[in-house]
Design a protein around this ligand. Structure first.
Ligand SMILES: Nc1ncnc2c1ncn2[C@@H]1O[C@H](COP(=O)(O)OP(=O)(O)OP(=O)(O)O)[C@@H](O)[C@H]1O
Length: 288
């Protein structure tokens, strides 16, 4: 019984086959490239701030009695150079954050909360060939288009990755990411585990990959049941897939628990990850 791109063996429901569009990219293989920019360099000799044996050009006045400007000028003169007022740390590079995790773990909930809390993040709007549902808004929920229009984007290499999901195409437009990164925005991509594996192959370590988990399998299943959005067939597929997908955790940079009733704490941890990435000396350099 083929329900979607997820095919399930009814004798053993935990034996799952997934099909993704790009034949070069296998589900289980993540490409863990380490670009040079991420490699911390060994400490080099710290240059001396002036030679102490050199004669002092201007006598440095006593700290207790000197005028601040006079003391400042004397220090500059003694060192033979003026103190720069340029920022010591340049503006951090825009970051691509991939948020993923099994179905029902709370990806949408986390992303929606982040959207309310943080500025300067662009949440990528996916292109899809699926028909618009009631209440959905073009350009907000998805960029809706015909199959032909979608395949034109594929042909012109305008999608970062794409897949056939439940019979409809879904893909990430590259230009949207480029435009927002050029304006200094960080980029959040919310994708399923297979999408994350594909993105890892494309982006390597240039993006940060966050894996969301529930505190237990049982809690994850309860969450999907409580959501009441799935048919019994779809529920079975999602639960079976989720069990399989948990094994992919090792291919991510961070894992964050979204525990029952603790959504805000989970979002805080994701925010801390973004902050820590921004404070890295050797920053990721994503090019799309
Ligand atoms: N910390 C939490 N505690 C309790 N319920 C939660 C928590 N986080 C999310 N939920 C609920 O769990 C359900 C699944 O969440 P959500 O739809 O965000 O998951 P998802 O990972 O985006 O799912 P899918 O991949 O199927 O789209 C929703 O009903 C949501 O309100």
């Amino acid at each position: 019984m083929i329900i979607s791109r997820y095919c399930i063996n009814l004798i053993n429901p935990f034996s799952i086959t997934k099909t993704r569009i790009n034949p070069l990219l296998k589900f289980t293989k993540f490409n863990l490239k380490t670009p040079k920019t991420l490699t911390p360099k060994p400490f080099s000799t710290i240059p001396k701030m002036g030679d102490p044996t050199r004669p002092i050009a201007v006598p440095i006045p006593a700290v207790e009695s000197a005028d601040r400007a006079e003391l400042y000028r004397a220090l500059e003169s003694s060192l033979g150079s003026s103190f720069g007022s340029d920022p010591i740390v340049p503006t951090p590079r825009p970051l691509i954050i991939v948020i993923s995790g099994p179905s029902g773990v709370g990806k949408d909930s986390v992303v929606n909360s982040l959207r309310e809390k943080r500025e300067n993040i662009h949440f990528v709007v996916t292109a899809t060939s699926r028909a618009m549902r009631a209440g959905e808004v073009h350009g907000k929920d998805y960029f809706f288009m015909s199959k032909d229009e979608f395949l034109k984007l594929v042909e012109n290499d305008e999608l970062l990755e794409y897949a056939l999901v439940y019979g409809d195409y879904k893909g990430i437009p590259k230009q949207q990411i480029r435009d927002y990164m050029a304006k200094g925005y960080d980029i959040v991509l919310r994708v399923d585990i297979q999408g994350a594996a594909t993105l890892r192959k494309i982006l390597g370590d240039s993006a940060v990959f966050v894996f969301l988990v529930a505190e237990s399998e049982s809690e994850l299943v309860n969450r999907l049941i409580n959501r009441k959005t799935e048919s019994k067939e779809s529920l079975l597929v999602r639960v079976a897939t989720a069990k399989e997908e948990l094994r992919q955790m090792k291919n991510f940079d961070y894992v964050v628990v979204n525990a029952e009733g603790k959504l805000e704490s989970c979002v805080k941890t994701v925010e801390s990850i973004i902050d820590a990435e921004k404070a890295k000396v050797w920053q990721r350099r994503a090019v799309v």
